[in-house]
Write a protein that binds this ligand. Structure first.
Ligand code: GLA
Length: 402
């Protein structure tokens, strides 16, 4: 935080500076179901994207990043086009998202940083939320958390072009420490389920593979389409009213129809169905285990979710599969799976803190040998959970004022 504020003051000379913490997220259960309007779970980590900013009366946006070169600079009335791969896209999208329903008058000057050099914890959603919150503050708008989720999601789907669901934004915005966020991606209803007093303390291991690429360049969108085709086939077999393919969501297929027609659905489409319906049950069982403080059972479900993501959903990449398999055999790991889509980034696990050193040693002993091209960039990191995105009151350091 100090470095960020000092950089901000050095670049812009402002004395007044506002801060936002926008956390990275994990999804313990509910893999690859958000875009099919399933139910997902999420938690925010104590690692944040941080932004130091001050409103600009002239309507210009000016942002420097601690992590990336180049400056982003434009007027809110003349938003530049999306530039594939450029970090500035998220502010461009954020301005356009808000302008759909709000008149923006003010811009801001800012410095942004994301501490972990780690992909797969949804730093893009965290960054977008941070920009949206800065714009909301600068323009004195009042916006609900639900609206914030939908604007942040709009940037990802409509501006960037990823066909994802609302998992990342929901976990980033709604999470509360010591709670499991349960989000129904169809109705938008959500619940924060408090950690049971019976549950032993846990921490989160984040094992970064070193593989970093944009999800847009992976099979992510193809899998989403395969889910739609799978749902469409079941709909046909069941004689349901036909909808446009892009509107098909597996959530709208009943468990009964799935069981009845599953065997007639060919190859990979059947696998996508199997993943969706088994994951649905794992989420429900996981919520129960969480409520009872049964971390062992919760962890087993996470491993099973990982297994299904690899074999039924057929997502992942060799590096992340190595890490998942390693965590599965490591003592002290209750449960683990890909943090996000699995095509890059990291695996996460819920762990017993007493085993931290052993867990790290285990990964260090195998991963760099199996994937030597990443030996200098992979990382084993331990985190705790924390609250969702928030403004930080500068004068009373660390106090949340929203
Ligand atoms: C990525 C996407 C999310 C979600 C996960 C998989 O993180 O951004 O919307 O689909 O993958 O669960």
């Amino acid at each position: 935080m100090r470095e960020l504020i000092n950089t901000f003051k050095r670049i812009y000379g402002d004395k007044e500076v506002k801060m936002i913490y926008s956390p990275l997220r994990i999804c313990p259960l509910g893999a690859h179901v958000d875009h099919q309007e399933g139910i997902v779970t999420g938690m925010a980590l104590d690692e944040n994207v941080e932004i130091a900013f001050a409103p600009s009366q002239d309507g210009y946006i000016r942002i420097s990043s601690i992590d990336f070169p180049d400056e982003e600079y434009f007027h809110i009335d003349r938003v530049p086009e999306m530039l594939p791969g450029f970090w500035g896209n998220y502010i461009r999208g954020a301005v356009l998202a808000l302008q759909q329903a709000h008149k923006l008058q003010y811009g801001f000057r800012a410095v942004i940083s994301g501490k972990l050099p780690i992909g797969g914890l949804s730093s893009s959603a965290a960054v977008t939320t941070a920009y949206l919150m800065a714009l909301i503050q600068a323009n004195l708008l009042t916006i609900s958390k639900e609206e914030l989720i939908s604007y942040s999601h709009w940037v990802e789907t409509e501006f960037i072009g990823l066909k994802n669901g609302i998992l990342d934004q929901s976990a980033n915005i709604l999470s509360e420490d010591d709670h499991l966020l349960v989000m129904d991606c169809q109705t938008g209803e959500h619940e924060l389920v408090k950690k049971s007093p019976e549950m032993p303390d846990f921490e989160i291991v984040v094992v970064y593979s070193g593989v970093s690429k944009a999800l847009m360049g992976t099979d992510y969108n193809n899998r989403v389409d395969e889910c739609k085709v799978a749902g469409w086939i079941v709909g046909e077999l069941a004689g349901l009213e036909r909808t446009a393919l892009q509107d098909v969501k597996l959530r709208n297929i009943s468990e009964e129809h799935y069981r009845k027609y599953r065997d007639q659905v060919p190859g990979k489409f059947r696998k996508r169905l199997d993943h969706f319906f088994t994951e649905k049950n794992r989420v429900l069982q996981g919520i129960e285990a969480w409520e009872q403080g049964d971390i062992e059972q919760f962890g087993k479900l996470m491993f099973a979710s990982g297994e299904s993501s690899i074999h039924q959903y057929e997502s992942g990449c060799p590096e992340l599969i190595t890490i998942y398999e390693l965590l599965k055999e490591t003592e002290g790991v209750y449960g683990a799976r890909f943090s996000g889509a699995g095509y890059r980034g990291c695996c996460i696990g819920l762990i017993n803190p007493a085993y931290k050193e052993q867990i790290k040693a285990n990964i260090d002993a195998v991963y760099p040998t199996q994937h030597p091209e990443y030996k200098d960039v992979y990382k084993v990191h331990f985190c705790k959970t924390n609250n969702g995105a928030r403004f930080v009151d500068q004068e009373e350091k660390g106090k949340v004022f929203e």
